[in-house]
Design a protein around this ligand. Structure first.
Ligand SMILES: [Fe+2]
Length: 261
């Protein structure tokens, strides 16, 4: 499996506090079946002032430590990018890294209030040639009143990333409900851990993949944690990647049922 959202780097955001925890998280990820992790610390000007440069330095230090400890986890660069004014310019200048240098980037909306102009900002990124991957929409407190926004964003080219732990109840019943509904309606492109440590938010993806099977089937569940993440690392265009599947979406209509298809 490939985990494209993980706060694994030590001491540069609210994720792993130090190298020992990062190494323990890496061991847990490998034991879970993860072979590649994207290091995606927050970039939130004024709170987490990370940049491509600080993230690259930190990845290099962690790579060396992983090699010393013989932990077979590959790392790629990324960032948990908050939607702030000026983001497009910082992406273009290279100050904000995309996922593994591809056209895809993690985009984190505000948790408790629908950001003004959110939809328009995402469309502008799409128009500029980027593919925003919206992080954990199922955990946003405002999704219930704005569910159609996420449907429209998917139609217009954004991707959706659900948190593995949401499907197992780690984030409560609301997050679980929206995660399952989005899966069932074929709106989810990726599952990722969004791990911040070893406690409440561990780097475990297999439990989410297993839980997703109920809503999308085993084949699509693998696409959520392996095929589409690999497509991102290979920087394939969305048109060359398998479209998201869900049981509702694929459920045959009355004609299909009539003719057995
Ligand atoms: Fe995150």
């Amino acid at each position: 499996m490939i985990d494209l959202h993980c706060h694994l780097l030590p001491g540069i955001d609210d994720g792993s506090p130090d190298m020992q925890v990062s190494l323990a998280m890496a061991r847990a990820a490998v034991a879970d079946g993860i072979v590649i992790t994207a290091c995606t610390p927050h970039i939130y000007p004024g709170l987490y002032d990370n940049s491509r440069q600080t993230i690259e330095w930190s990845i290099e230090a962690l790579r060396n430590a992983l090699a010393e400890e013989e932990i077979p986890l590959q790392l790629v660069i990324g960032a948990d990018t908050h939607l702030v004014p000026g983001l497009l310019g910082r992406l273009r200048s290279g100050a904000v890294p995309t996922l593994a240098g591809s056209a895809y980037l993690l985009l984190e909306p505000a948790h408790h209030v629908a950001p003004p102009g959110f939809e328009q900002s995402v469309f502008e990124l799409v128009a500029a040639g980027y593919i925003p991957v919206i992080t954990h929409p199922e955990r946003l407190s405002w999704i219930g009143d704005h569910y159609d926004v996420f449907k429209r964003l998917v139609e217009r080219g954004a991707w959706m990333q659900i948190t593995s732990g949401s499907l197992t109840g780690r984030f409560g019943s609301d997050a679980r409900y929206w995660a399952e509904r989005m899966l069932d309606e074929g709106l989810v492109h990726l599952l990722a851990t969004d791990a911040h440590g070893l406690g409440n938010r561990p780097p475990l993806l297999a439990e989410g993949r297993h839980a997703a099977e109920k809503w999308v089937g085993a084949e699509e569940a693998v696409r959520l944690v392996l095929d589409r993440p690999q497509c991102i690392i290979d920087d394939l265009a969305p048109s060359s990647t398998p479209p998201p599947g869900g049981k509702s979406k694929n459920r045959p209509g009355w004609l299909g049922r009539l003719f057995g298809r």
